[in-house]
Ligand binder design. Structure first.
Ligand code: ATP
Ligand code: MG
Length: 240
């Protein structure tokens, strides 16, 4: 399948009238993984939030399956097939794992909720024994699984992930990257921001470097991994 799921065209956005990202153009094809990398403060989260209907649109367009979603509210994007995991505060710590997952189905018909939960638990079997535990009592990696699980409960076609491996140990990091590939294999298209650039570029069909709110470089994951400039900027000797 090669249809374009997400088409970002000459997008400028920010907070109030202040532009944080400018002239961003990016196309994401069905069942592919796009990775955005860039320094802290580059505007990566701002771009993801804009796709999810948050913050201020200033210029350009975002099309989902061919229709503009610029003026579509976040709560209406979920039933359309877009779901997001924000960079921080992405679980409700005092609610149980089960309740956190349930929140992801607020827009689904009742009959679909049980099946969605079963699919998520098949993907994250570690969560099965934690369903009654408060999400705040879980490890960082387990919490991240709850956050991603919640986003998958609405059975999105497009999943937005903002730094899903931030702060995780190398073992959990590998696990989350593996899960992202599994999620893609179930037919989900993924747009993700990552600081662990080397691992992220390895699974990226397309990759986009954002610097100071602007396009700095793009290509396939493999092309960016091979680029001297990208290696110098992000992959250095840190082994990331
Ligand atoms: N709610 C907000 N109101 C005003 N400015 C904001 C807001 N959120 C972020 N910014 C500003 O927008 C710029 C880009 O922030 P953003 O969070 O998109 O960066 P980022 O690339 O995701 O960084 P990081 O790697 O640290 O997560 C920063 O200068 C930041 O201060
Ligand atoms: Mg960010």
């Amino acid at each position: 399948m090669t249809e374009v799921v997400l088409d970002i065209a000459d997008l400028s956005a920010g907070y109030g009238s202040q532009a944080i990202i400018e002239h961003i153009t990016l196309q994401l094809v069905s069942e592919e993984i796009a990775v955005i990398i860039g320094p802290n403060g580059a505007g990566k989260s701002t771009l993801l939030k804009q796709v999810f209907g948050l913050n201020q649109h200033l210029a350009g367009d975002i099309r989902f399956n061919g229709s503009s979603i610029i003026n579509v509210k976040t709560s209406d994007l979920v039933p359309l097939g877009i779901s997001a995991v924000p960079q921080s505060s992405n679980v409700f710590p005092t609610l149980t794992v089960s309740e956190n997952l349930q929140i992801g189905t607020y827009a689904s018909p009742p009959a679909d909720k049980k099946a969605a939960r079963e699919r998520v638990l098949q993907l994250f079997p570690d969560l099965r024994s934690k369903l009654k535990q408060a999400a705040g009592e879980l490890s960082g990696g387990q919490r991240q699984m709850v956050a991603i699980g919640r986003a998958l409960m609405s059975e999105p076609q497009l999943l937005l992930l903002d730094e899903p491996t931030a702060g995780l140990s190398p073992a959990y990091l590998e696990k989350i990257f593996d899960l992202i590939l599994q999620i893609r294999d179930t037919g989900v298209t993924i747009l993700m921001v990552e600081q662990n650039a080397r691992q992220a570029l390895r699974i990226a069909d397309i990759a986009y470097v954002l610097a100071n709110g602007r396009h700095a470089h793009s290509g396939t994951g493999a092309e960016l991994l091979a680029s001297d400039k990208v290696r110098r900027m992000f992959l250095g000797g840190t082994g990331r």
